[in-house]
Every structure is written in C-alpha cells, then in structure tokens.
Design a protein around this ligand. Structure first.
Ligand code: SF4
Length: 372
C-alpha cells in the first residue's frame, strides 16, 4: 500500500527517502512542496529529480481529506467538515481576529473523555486520527485561505477541536513538529497550543518531547465538582494536575498555563468558587491565566449558559486577585462552530456516549441541571 507522506514529520520523511536511496536534502525539498506549496502531484514538483519522482509515484501518495462541507459565519468564522471514512467526519474551525488567525484542529473522531458540557463528548468515540489526518486539516485551511498574493492568514493553531490530543499522543506529536518546522508551516511554539483535559503523565511527556503552549480544561475549583464535570479527574485529581503544570512551565514556550473554564449556570460560576480557584492556584504558585468560556448550550447537555453579569463578577474576583483573566468572545455560534459545539459525525464504537449519559443520570452536578 502506498505511504501517505502527510503522516511524516521531516525526520520521518528523511528516513522514508533514505529507504528509497535518497539524500536528506531531497526530503526537505519534498516536504516544502507538500506543505508550503500545497502540492500533491509529484510530477509537478519541478525541482525534484525525475528518478525520485518515479520512485515516489509507485510508493507514496499525499492524501488530503475529502471536504464534506464548508460554512462561513456572519463573523467570518469558517467551519469545515472533513470525511475521515467509516461514517466518521471531523470538524476544523478558522477564527479570524484583528491581530491573528487561529485554526482549531481535531485530533480524534469523537472523544472518550466525556466531559459533561461538551458536544463532542456526547457524540461518543470512534478512533484516533492519524498524523496525516491531523495535518491535512491545517494544510487544507492554509492553502484554501491564502490571499491572492499568497499571504498567509493562519498564525495560530489550537488543538482544541474534537478529541483529547494527549490520548492520541503518538500521532499528535509528529503533527505538532510539522506545524513548527520552518520547512513546514513555521509556526512559533508560542502559537501552537495543545489543550488537554488534564492527563498528568502525558503532560510530562509533552514537556520532554515537544513543549508547545499548554491549555488545561480546569472547569472546577475542587475535585468533587471536577470529578463530575471532567471524569478523567478521578484518575489523578487537581493537585497532581497542578504539579504537572508547574513542571511543564519550566520547559514551556510561555511562562504560564492557560486554564480554560467553561461557565455553567448554577454549577461552577459562583463568586465563592472563583475565590476557591484563587486560593488553589496561589497555594500551588502556578503561573496561569484564566480563559472563561461562555457555555454553548446543546439540548442533551441539560446545562445552561451563565448570565453575562455572573461571568463578569466571576472574572472580577480573579482579576482583583491579580490573575490575568479573559472572557472568550463567542464566535461562529450561528454555524455551531463555537467552543464545545463541534460534533462532526461519529460512529461511537466504545459506548462512550452511553457511559456519559449514565454518569449524568447517576451523578447530578447541581440543582441547576435540568434532568431531561
Ligand atoms: S472537552 Fe475535550 S476532552 Fe472533554 S469531551 Fe470534549 S473534546 Fe473530549
């Protein structure tokens, strides 16, 4: 079977070229054609030796993902649905802002973590994406969105789409390397963010292998509530997670961790809970910023968005304690592209969805939850 060259970072491609009897500089040329020029046809890679093009034609392909749909929001946010086969489709979102363009990339078809407020989690889990399927999302958006003079618009990538990236570690790390590589997309480490629900051991591995910016989905100030909202918390707990964050910061390209906090009405949005957060991060001396995310309700969640004034009051408690806190703007919600709304199409093979619904039935998180 032909090898998909999108599955390789530059070292992997160099090893593949070596297996064809080709020198490393050929791999660099090939890598630049594939990622910087967006070329898939070896015959059009004009400065590659004809002999190499001949070898590649039989042994390799550059396999893009078929695009099922593209939706553009009134605010310019663009969402693509990509077919990854087997009845599964994943979503990728481009968010234009005044000073930057951010691409939100998926790492799995579905997600097995099952966070209570997350639309992807409610879809269940089918499978991990390959490195090629992850990087194909960026490659497509990069070349689709380039301006008429070839100017680039994506300068920020966040692994915050469908899936828990650190549960697909072996595919995600080479994809990150392609994003960072000057012969690939040349993104700064500070502008590539992995967002995790908090897998302690994998945060440590990422620190060693490919430290990029880190966002942690915290969503609760204590274990009792976090266990109910983010079930993976039951494995390590918040204290161990904060320890991992402290270790990560030593190697990270930014000197802080971003804590994501989805604001759920009557669940985690009280001023006392903000104060509890302040005590938590101060006691552990974790350099951090908070990003408060307005919840995007979907029917199955049974949860509601915190009123604006409650979010502002929550932010004020954190800000008054000297913690940099932002409230995320809702973008693309008219096309279901806002945070936590990505659902794609997932053939749930692991009963993840069933487990989530069962947990929801047996562990109510607050009186505020509407047990539909
Ligand atoms: S928030 Fe992230 S980790 Fe949690 S279920 Fe959704 S995709 Fe998975």
């Amino acid at each position: 079977m032909a090898v998909n060259l999108l599955d390789f970072d530059l070292e992997g491609l160099a090893a593949f070229c070596d297996s064809l009897g080709e020198k490393r500089f050929r791999a660099v040329q090939l890598f630049r054609w594939i990622h910087q020029k967006g070329e898939s046809d070896f015959d059009k890679m004009s400065d590659l030796a004809k002999s190499l093009r001949g070898k590649l034609a039989g042994a390799a392909v550059v396999e893009s993902l078929p695009v099922i749909s593209e939706h553009v929001s009134a605010d310019g946010t663009t969402k693509w649905l990509f077919d990854v086969g087997g009845g599964n489709a994943v979503e990728t979102v481009y968010i234009p802002e005044d000073d930057r363009g951010t691409l939100c990339v998926s790492s799995q078809a579905g997600c097995a973590v099952g966070c209570r407020f997350c639309s992807t989690g409610h879809q269940g889990f089918s499978r991990n994406l390959s490195t090629g399927e992850i990087i194909a999302q960026l490659r497509y958006a990069e070349h689709r969105l380039r301006g008429p003079d070839g100017q680039r618009v994506i300068d920020n990538v966040v692994m915050m789409g469908m899936g828990e990236p650190l549960q697909n570690y072996t595919a995600v790390v080479p994809a990150l390397r392609v994003m960072l590589d000057d012969h690939g997309y040349g993104l700064s480490r500070r502008r590539v963010t992995v967002s995790t629900s908090g897998m302690v051991a994998m945060i440590d591995r990422l620190r060693e292998d490919c430290p990029v910016a880190l966002a942690v989905s915290l969503h609760a100030p204590n274990d009792a509530l976090r266990d109910a909202l983010v079930p993976i918390n039951r494995k390590d707990g918040i204290e161990a997670l904060l320890d991992a964050c402290l270790r990560y910061v030593e190697a990270a390209p930014r000197d802080f961790i971003t804590f994501e906090y989805c604001m759920l009405d009557g669940v985690n949005d009280a001023p006392e809970q903000a104060l509890e957060l302040v005590h938590l991060v101060r006691r552990r001396r974790v350099p951090c910023k908070f990003n408060l995310i307005p919840f995007n309700p979907f029917p199955e969640s049974g949860l509601k968005r915190s009123p604006r004034e409650r979010v502002t009051a929550f932010a004020k408690v954190l800000q008054d304690a000297g913690i940099v806190t932002t409230i995320r703007k809702v973008r693309g919600d008219d096309i279901d592209a806002a945070c936590g709304q990505l659902a794609g199409e997932v053939q749930d093979r692991t009963r993840a969805r069933e487990r989530l619904l069962e947990r929801r039935r047996t562990i109510p998180i607050a009186a505020a939850e509407d047990p539909r």
